[in-house]
Design a protein around this ligand. Structure first.
Ligand code: CMC
Length: 389
């Protein structure tokens, strides 16, 4: 008591103990519950990874089937949620809609406030993983002025999401399996990242013992920002603004002069390379095989090459992060940039919930309440307005 360590941005402060995700930033290692991200991205699928994160171990066949069944049958949302979403302005940012509608779910499931009950926690986790694609897809349809598409429970998790986004007519939307696999892989890559800003927001709000919908809504809010999940949207806008390879040197000079940041570069923990960026590059090739190459790819590759050889970036250990290439893939899917962070949020939901669940089980965890170093005035005497104005 009385002693405060000044650590803005928690650069050197561990706020919790966690067994969910391991990162070795110097070696470029990322593991969920001990399994390397490369193996999960290659061999698993998003719902199995979600089970792994939430439950701590890989499922048996029965556990997996039950988990997928439960999630599939909770994809629908209450009709009034639809009405609520329809009330947004025509040009509402889908992340704003997602944040609000996830938060609104807490009012549809008031029992979710009983966080001390294990069965209750389990059902809310299933509901949230199930409903995020529905809310995300509807926020997209809303911006396009198109009718919302209901979930199709005959489809897989990721196919159903694509169907709710892109279905234009009956009887059903059929996605190219290579696109489904690529999007599923992107969800896996985004599923958790230990104490990132949004997980920290979920934990901080969750530490007040509020319901998980409210805690996850806080996570969505944190993810919305351009320095976190919003970076993929910012990368796309940046590449479009650069416009051609010949403009890259002038752009890089501007970054070095401190005019702006090279979006999609740099990371608080990865100081060698971001293992997710490597996997995404491969997914890029798979997607472009179906959709044709995104013309911005050339600019991105050249930008990466120049930056990786430039002393400014080398000295500061700035490498491409997960967001540098993900936006190019999303654009190939014909998502507008505002949707990119929604895709990130859907992928990150199991991670947020695993972090939240761990928090609720942690007896050492207290309400998150950092100290401050006070720099303001003290002991002033209030002067009434008739003497000041
Ligand atoms: N472009 C140019 N310079 C940079 C960049 C960048 N992208 N990132 C860091 N720097 C410089 C920064 O100016 C500072 O230089 P100096 O020492 O001369 O003052 C130095 O590198 C250290 O930067 P920092 O801001 O102290 O690093 P941080 O660990 O606080 O920030 C970061 C990490 C991700 C916020 C930052 O690298 C950044 O803003 N990157 C661009 C945004 C981005 O791509 N974000 C996505 C992150 S990965 C996915 C996610 O978490 O959502």
């Amino acid at each position: 008591p009385g002693l405060a360590v000044y650590d803005p941005g928690f650069v050197n402060t561990a706020s919790c103990r966690s067994s969910v995700t391991f990162i070795d930033g110097d070696k470029g290692v990322l593991e969920y519950r001990g399994y390397p991200i490369e193996q999960l991205a290659e061999q698993s699928n998003f719902l199995e990874v979600a089970y792994l994160l939430v439950h701590g171990s890989l499922p048996s066949k029965d556990e997996y089937d039950q988990w997928v069944h439960n999630i599939t049958y909770h994809t629908f949302v209450h009709e009034n949620v639809k009405g609520f979403m329809e009330g947004f302005r025509y040009d509402a940012h889908p992340m704003g809609m997602l944040m609000a509608s996830v938060g609104a779910l807490s009012t549809f499931y008031p029992e979710s406030r009983n966080i001390s009950d294990a069965d209750n926690r389990a059902i809310q986790i299933i509901r949230m993983i199930a409903k995020m694609p529905t809310l995300g897809a509807w926020s997209f349809r809303h911006a396009q002025g198109k009718p919302y598409v209901y979930p199709d429970n005959a489809l897989s998790y990721t196919e159903n999401f694509l169907s709710m986004l892109f279905k234009m007519s009956e009887p059903k939307y059929e996605a190219d399996p290579r696109l489904v696999k690529a999007l599923d892989t992107l969800f896996i890559l985004h599923a958790d990242h230990e104490q990132n800003a949004s997980a920290n927001a979920v934990r901080s709000v969750g530490s007040t013992q509020v319901d998980p919908y409210s805690a996850v809504a806080a996570g969505v809010g944190a993810l919305y920002g351009p320095l976190h999940g919003g970076a993929n949207e910012a990368v796309l806008r940046m590449l479009k603004r650069i416009g051609s390879k010949s403009e890259i040197p002038a752009f890089i000079e501007g970054v070095k002069n401190g005019n702006e940041r090279l979006m999609g570069f740099g990371h608080r923990v990865y100081k060698n390379y971001d293992p997710r960026a490597k996997i995404i590059k491969k997914a890029c090739d798979d997607v472009f095989e179906v959709t044709g190459v995104n013309p911005l790819l050339e600019i991105a590759q050249e930008l990466e090459k120049i930056a990786l050889e430039d002393e400014y970036f080398v000295k500061r250990k700035l490498y491409p992060n997960v967001d540098f290439y993900s936006g190019l893939i999303y654009e190939a899917f014909q998502f507008p940039p505002e949707m990119f962070t929604v895709l990130f949020a859907i992928g990150r939901t199991p991670g947020w919930l695993a972090q939240w669940l761990e928090l609720t089980q942690d007896k050492e965890q207290k309400i998150a309440r950092p100290k401050q170093i006070y720099t303001g005035s003290r002991g002033l005497t209030y002067t009434p307005t008739d003497q000041r104005w």
